[in-house]
Ligand binder design. Structure first.
Ligand code: HEC
Ligand code: HEC
Ligand code: HEC
Ligand code: HEC
Ligand code: HEC
Ligand code: HEC
Ligand code: HEC
Length: 205
């Protein structure tokens, strides 16, 4: 009887311990969040931030304020620019027949936030607006279906945005038809766009 109860008690403890570890990172576990909690209080948190601040700020001495960088780079970062991101993200994802100009030449943080964001893909702004900032002409004329619908195809900048039929859980916008980084096809297309088969990827016609 007694051994049975002991067994139950240790089982209970094991469950409690497992639950504690399963919870997301809280301020108590990550001392940095005592002062920097706001940085992650957004809808989408970059998985790297949950892996620990030192996964990027490896060389930071935060024992005093202002902090000191023990390494070569500002803010104790282990690398700068795209090289930092390439520590975890395969460089091949950003190479191809056509590489998007701002990906080729610019920093990843031109479009993404390093920590967290209220927009999908940890983007810096509302997704369609991000693209249209640099491609204002797309909004001026009808896009994709000129002869069909006078306004052209929806772009994902409408007030009531649709869901992406090909990327479950994501909002529909430019990136539903275009690759954001690189493509083997012209115009950064996700798929061959010469015929109606491309429309049928999303529409039953
Ligand atoms: C006691 C509060 C406190 C703690 C704990 C703390 N910070 Fe800070 N941190 C600050 C303040 C204050 C600043 C300067 C003002 C600002 O930029 O918000 C700062 C600035 C920074 C900066 C910018 C530095 C720069 O050169 O501009 C980074 C990066 C940073 N903290 C990372 C961290 C990391 C990583 C940790 C955990 C290892 C951490 N901090 C822990 C208060 C803190
Ligand atoms: C994926 C890499 C990465 C991770 C993980 C990361 N940071 Fe950063 N952090 C950066 C980069 C790059 C910058 C400089 C560019 C910028 O301002 O976003 C920066 C800048 C900062 C700054 C100063 C500028 C700002 O945005 O306020 C603070 C403070 C900071 N980080 C705190 C943290 C804390 C706290 C964590 C852990 C919760 C963390 N970082 C995790 C990459 C990272
Ligand atoms: C310490 C490892 C690490 C570093 C460094 C890192 N990431 Fe990540 N990142 C991850 C992981 C893990 C995921 C989640 C799995 C995945 O999508 O690959 C992720 C996902 C992402 C996503 C997809 C988010 C989504 O919801 O679709 C973006 C965008 C991203 N990272 C951008 C960056 C950028 C920009 C940098 C450089 C500033 C960077 N990452 C550096 C580990 C890292
Ligand atoms: C021109 C803007 C732009 C630039 C520059 C950019 N990205 Fe992205 N990235 C996006 C968009 C848009 C998405 C798709 C977001 C969504 O809707 O989920 C994305 C998605 C991602 C993802 C999720 C997986 C995937 O491939 O879809 C990762 C990881 C990522 N980016 C990392 C990076 C890294 C690392 C760099 C720098 C080498 C970078 N991005 C530069 C716009 C950009
Ligand atoms: C920082 C500015 C910038 C941002 C943000 C940006 N682009 Fe671009 N994009 C360019 C430049 C520069 C070119 C190359 C010159 C050109 O053809 O317009 C280009 C080229 C393209 C092309 C190929 C055009 C062609 O005629 O071959 C497409 C498609 C495209 N971008 C789509 C997007 C989408 C979708 C987004 C949002 C995820 C986006 N862009 C965000 C600057 C940007
Ligand atoms: C329904 C699919 C679809 C959506 C959504 C879409 N595009 Fe396109 N886009 C296309 C097709 C198809 C072409 C022509 C491709 C070709 O000629 O091979 C194109 C061409 C382009 C070009 C090249 C120049 C031009 O106007 O022909 C740019 C730049 C571009 N798109 C940007 C965007 C941006 C920015 C958004 C979001 C605001 C967007 N696209 C949304 C399918 C789409
Ligand atoms: C990546 C997916 C995708 C592709 C490819 C695509 N569409 Fe669409 N299309 C959508 C979505 C999402 C909507 C918005 C539906 C909604 O609002 O419920 C839409 C709406 C439309 C509309 C209604 C326009 C309006 O103003 O309400 C027409 C017409 C249309 N598409 C035709 C086409 C044609 C023709 C093609 C091929 C040239 C095409 N679509 C390719 C996803 C796509």
């Amino acid at each position: 009887m007694k051994t049975q109860r002991n067994l139950l008690v240790s089982l209970f403890c094991a469950v409690v311990v497992a639950l504690i570890y399963a919870l997301p990172v809280q301020a108590e576990d990550n001392p940095c969040l005592k002062c920097h909690a706001k940085l992650l209080q957004k809808k989408e948190v970059h998985a790297a931030a949950n892996m620990g601040c030192d996964s990027c700020h490896e060389e930071l001495d935060a024992s005093a304020v202002p902090h000191k960088s023990k390494g070569k780079f500002a803010m104790g970062l282990s690398a700068e620019g795209p090289a930092l991101c390439a520590n975890c993200h395969d460089k091949k994802l950003f190479k191809g027949k056509m590489v998007h100009a701002p990906v080729e030449g610019g920093p990843c943080l031109g479009c993404h936030d390093a920590h967290a964001s209220d927009y999908q893909g940890v983007l810096k702004k509302e997704p369609a607006a991000l693209c249209l900032d640099c491609h204002p002409d797309v909004k001026k004329g009808p896009h994709v279906i000129a002869g069909f619908s006078r306004g052209g195809h929806p772009l994902g900048n409408e007030t009531k945005a649709a869901q992406d039929p090909l990327r479950p859980g994501k909002k529909f916008y430019c990136v539903s038809c275009h690759e954001p980084h690189r493509s083997e096809l012209p115009k950064l297309s996700r798929f061959v766009t010469k015929n109606m088969a491309s429309c049928q990827k999303c529409h039953k016609m």
